[in-house]
Design a protein around this ligand. Structure first.
Ligand code: UD1
Ligand code: MG
Length: 450
């Protein structure tokens, strides 16, 4: 997957994204559980582009933390895309190869397209600048690419364009791959004499041509180059990404009964011969091995499911849930930071948190691990083959030995040795005939009132 020549990247992300109406920088809004800019950084890592410098705005420390360990530089005044790229000059002064400029709010750029840009740079004419263009249905405010017989001549911003130029359908996506030996010199010549009084990155194309250098265009697809500027566009981007994730899961051998109702995170891993019923949500950090069955209406986060596990319907697996091989988790069961070992079963209405459930142990309906005393969390350890009676409360820290049992409704505060039975001793009192007498009495009272 690696691109051959050393390529560094500059990701522009100084814009606050005012249309998002948010206290959070735009590129930190998540798509499939991953900040928008994280999608760009993951793709760069996949194709081996490094180092990466992210241009952020002032007061975006949270963004700098999000993109760490990548370096960030601050663009204090937002004077245009050319000015933004210049802020990374010191950070990349020593870089010899190429520099790829991307936008943090164009999250779906594909490795394949980056490779095509690379190939265009390596073509016989050796263009100094390769621009990623596209032909959107509505060219609107995009910059237009003016292509003539020697290739790309210049980019004209919509606000500066003549009517004739506005009629051009080929637009600038904003992504460029530039020879590092030329980039800083070309940028130093960019002025802000234009309709927006901004330093346009796009001007380096015309400036390169003046220097006798060649420029080229590679075309990408509109969906891949969609930008996110508003919450509505964020939702559209989410939809596009979910569509891809569903498709990928199915292509890799999972059955999705109603794919349009299943939601993945960018990092969800799904094995082969996995069955996923309707309305299942995968939060971040979920790994599903082969041959797992997930019934409808489940919600997962930070959970691992081993081969043959059967989960749901209506199960909630929270971070640290480890469902072992052939283990079963049934309806209305919540598991958090707990390991179910091979063949263990928690089938109905239970909370299992900070626990181990040993191999083949059975946890009865309504069992609760009382793991929190208001101050700290404690562990419950259930041995292999143990049988926990319905409605047991296991008050942690507590250990149930291998093969031990607890009676229905047991409140277990002390460890139970292997193969022992723990029951709470209050005895059942049976009063013969009581129910019949009670009913007769109550009926008589009712009749009297009439
Ligand atoms: C830019 C391009 C235009 C292209 C369009 C594609 C220029 C001059 N124009 O226009 O040709 O069709 O993108 O979407 O490059 N940014 C900074 N600092 C700045 C200005 C921008 O970091 O001072 C960042 C923004 O956060 C954003 C990106 O650069 O991620 C693009 O900025 P934006 O203002 O959206 O550029 P456009 O005017 O849309
Ligand atoms: Mg824009």
């Amino acid at each position: 997957m690696t691109l051959p020549a050393p390529t560094a990247a500059i990701v522009l992300a100084a814009g606050i994204g005012s249309r998002m109406k948010s206290a959070l920088p735009k590129v930190m809004h998540a798509i499939a559980g991953r900040p928008m800019i994280g999608h760009v950084l993951t793709t760069l890592a996949d194709v081996g582009i490094a180092p990466v410098v992210v241009v952020v705005g002032p007061d975006m420390d949270n963004l700098s933390k999000t993109v760490a360990p990548h370096r960030t530089v601050v663009q204090t005044d937002r004077l245009g895309t050319g000015h933004a790229v210049l802020q990374a000059k010191d950070a990349l002064a020593a870089h010899q190869g190429d520099i790829l400029v991307l936008y943090g709010d164009v999250p779906f750029i594909s490795p394949e397209t980056l490779r095509r840009m690379r190939a265009a740079r390596d073509a016989a004419v050796m263009p100094a600048v390769v621009v990623l263009g596209f032909s959107p249905k509505e060219p609107g405010a995009y910059g237009r690419l003016v292509v003539e017989k020697n290739g790309l001549e210049r980019i004209v911003e919509a606000k500066d364009a003549t009517r004739g130029e506005l009629a051009i359908g080929l637009c600038n996506s904003g992504l460029m791959l530039v020879d590092a030996k030329q980039l800083w010199d070309l940028l130093s010549q960019v002025t802000n004499e234009n309709a927006q009084r901004e330093y346009y990155l796009t001007d380096i194309v015309g400036l390169a041509r003046k220097k006798g250098l060649t420029c080229a265009v590679v075309e990408g697809g509109e969906e891949e180059l969609m930008g996110v500027n508003s919450r509505a566009e964020l939702a559209q981007a989410e939809a596009v990404f979910q569509e891809r994730m569903r498709r990928r899961a199915m292509d890799n051998g999972a059955t999705l009964t109603a794919p349009e109702t299943v939601f993945f995170s960018a990092d969800t891993e799904i094995g082969r011969d996995v069955e996923i019923g309707p309305f299942v949500v995968f939060g971040p950090g979920v790994k599903v091995a082969d041959n797992v069955t997930i019934k409808g209406f489940c919600h997962f986060e930070g959970a691992h499911l081993a081969p043959g596990a059967v989960v749901g319907p209506y199960a909630r697996l929270r971070p640290g849930a480890e469902v072992g091989e052939d283990a079963h988790v049934g309806n209305f069961v919540e598991i958090k930071n707990a390991k179910l070992e091979k063949g263990a079963k928690v089938n109905h209405l239970s909370y299992v948190g900070d626990a181990r459930v040993g191999a083949k142990a059975n946890v009865g309906a309504g069992t609760i691990t009382a793991n929190y005393n208001g101050f700290s969390k404690s562990k419950t350890d259930i041995g292999a083959g143990a049988s926990i009676g319905s409605n047991s409360v296991l008050v942690a820290p507590v250990k149930i030995g291998d093969g031990a049992m607890t009676g229905a409704g047991a409140v277990v505060t002390k460890d139970v040795p292997a193969d022992a039975l723990a029951v709470n001793t209050s005895r059942q009192d049976v009063r013969e005939g009581f129910a019949a007498k009670y009913r007769t009495l109550k009926q008589a009272e009712k009749d009297k009132k009439k």
